[in-house]
Write a protein that binds this ligand. Structure first.
Ligand code: CO
Length: 294
């Protein structure tokens, strides 16, 4: 067993997105442009409606997946293919934009706390122009594993003999939301070939490898080093964090805003398609709790 140390720490920076929403961006900044297979991580969190009320009106995506996890608040997703999604506290949405989606993500509240994460996950070349797909799950559908001082919600991947709700076949995604009591210890196996990170959104935690302790403070993005095990200890106030990992794709990444392709020509094509109104090619296949149950 080889515990992963923290290879790089990034403090999130405040940026303005959409029509004027304030978010904390860590991955996808000058400090770390991407972490194959991940392209960007935004943490949004505010109880000031001025910071989120404008939302994210219609905008395009091509060539990757957006994964939105709501901690608090309520957002409505609508896309160019007629899908409508209700994102509420504790719920998760996986949208494979692939060949092209135009969508909006708008707050359904005029006060109170709005908090969550949006992660961009790259797609391999063979999937970039495939048909879009969509998965959405409410809080009640997400499995939880509770042990001494540790509560883990499984959005994707395996932990403690359970399996998360999101099925991401392209990168074998692991996405855990971990809540730790003060000084509680959390450990999880993480296959050596996967790359991953820990983002702490409340409290703090420590990783200790070979008697060297590293502190993971609030609003920090922590890139995991080599190894096959994640192990950390919460600080005296406890900690809340996400642990995310996936298999690298190993292809060239050419990004221009919401278009992420393998070459400049493909990005230029995406921009032309968007201008011409031909970005959206196929209706997304929708997979929700209802369709799974039926
Ligand atoms: Co979007």
């Amino acid at each position: 067993m080889n515990i992963r140390s923290i290879q790089q720490q990034i403090n999130a920076v405040a940026v303005t997105e959409g029509a004027g929403v304030s978010v904390h961006r860590s991955l996808g900044t000058a400090a770390l442009k991407n972490l194959d297979p991940f392209l960007m991580l935004d943490h949004f969190g505010s109880d000031d409606p001025e910071q989120y009320i404008a939302g994210f009106p219609d905008h395009p995506h091509r060539g990757f997946i957006t994964l939105t996890y709501m901690l608090d608040g309520h957002m409505e997703h609508r896309d160019s293919m007629g899908n409508r999604g209700d994102l509420r506290a504790g719920g998760v949405q996986w949208m494979k934009a692939a060949s092209g989606v135009i969508h909006s993500e708008m707050p359904q509240q005029s006060n109170g706390l709005m908090r969550g994460f949006q992660l961009w996950i790259n797609l391999p070349a063979a999937e970039k122009m495939s048909d879009p797909a969509y998965q959405e799950f409410a809080a009640e559908a997400i499995p939880e594993v509770a042990e001494a001082g540790v509560k883990v919600r499984l959005l994707a991947g395996e932990y403690g003999g359970q399996r998360g709700v999101i099925d991401d076949p392209h990168t074998d995604l692991l996405y855990l939301d971990v809540a730790l009591q003060p000084n509680a210890v959390f450990a999880a196996p993480l296959a050596a070939e996967k790359r991953g990170f820990i983002y702490v959104y409340a409290g703090d935690a420590q990783v200790e490898v070979n008697s060297r302790a590293q502190t993971l403070s609030g609003h920090s993005f922590n890139l995991l080093g080599a190894g096959d095990q994640v192990q950390l200890t919460a600080g005296s106030e406890g900690a809340r964090l996400i642990l995310v990992a996936g298999r690298p794709i190993g292809e060239s990444i050419v990004q221009y805003g919401p278009f992420v392709m393998n070459s400049r020509e493909e990005v230029e094509q995406a921009m032309r398609d968007y201008r011409d109104g031909s970005l959206v090619r196929a209706r997304a296949e929708v997979k929700t709790e209802a369709s799974q149950a039926g």
